[in-house]
Design a protein. Structure first.
Length: 165
């Protein structure tokens, strides 16, 4: 009799968890991130290549001409006990020899459901907040097929700043 009560209790807990997940999916809308290219390297507007990823998802490369946008949606982690949802992106354009990086969505800081980023040569502007500078900048390796310099050990011990000219 005690074993059947234990099974019923475990089954009830499982049903409650499934119900919470289902209710959250219908009530809590997904987060939508939109990236708009506003990069102008004088004298011309620039096309950019955007590459976004999280711990679990690689969204690939997307080329945006000036004024174009790219959007993606996701649901943050349901029970963020040990980790938060984090998406970060790299940005490159023809007149800059650098990879520019931003945390495009960090669940521990960002509370927006519609997060619109306007990307410029100095960094990005989220919604109507003040613009921020690049989180880090890494020099491109001409012989690298990797879009992520960390894999080749080019970014070590923090942000790499471009040389001053």
């Amino acid at each position: 009799m005690a074993a059947s009560n234990s099974i019923i209790f475990k089954f009830s807990i499982l049903l409650i968890i499934l119900l919470i997940i289902e209710v959250r999916a219908t009530i809590d809308p997904p987060v939508t991130v939109t990236i708009i290219n506003k990069v102008v390297e004088l004298p011309n507007p620039q096309s950019i290549i955007v590459h976004c990823r999280s711990r679990d998802d690689d969204l690939g490369n997307h080329t945006l001409r000036f004024g174009e946008s790219y959007s993606f949606s996701f649901r943050p982690i349901i029970f963020p006990i040990t980790k938060n949802t984090l998406f970060y992106c790299s940005f490159v354009w023809p007149l800059s020899p650098y990879f520019h990086y931003l945390d495009i969505y960090d669940e521990s800081n960002d509370k927006c459901k519609n997060c619109t980023w306007k990307i410029n040569v100095d960094g990005g502007c989220l919604n109507n907040y003040p613009c921020g500078h690049w989180k880090s900048v890494g020099l491109m390796d001409a012989y690298s097929t990797s879009k992520w310099p960390e894999r080749k050990g080019l970014v070590k011990g923090g942000d790499v700043q471009p040389p001053t000219l």
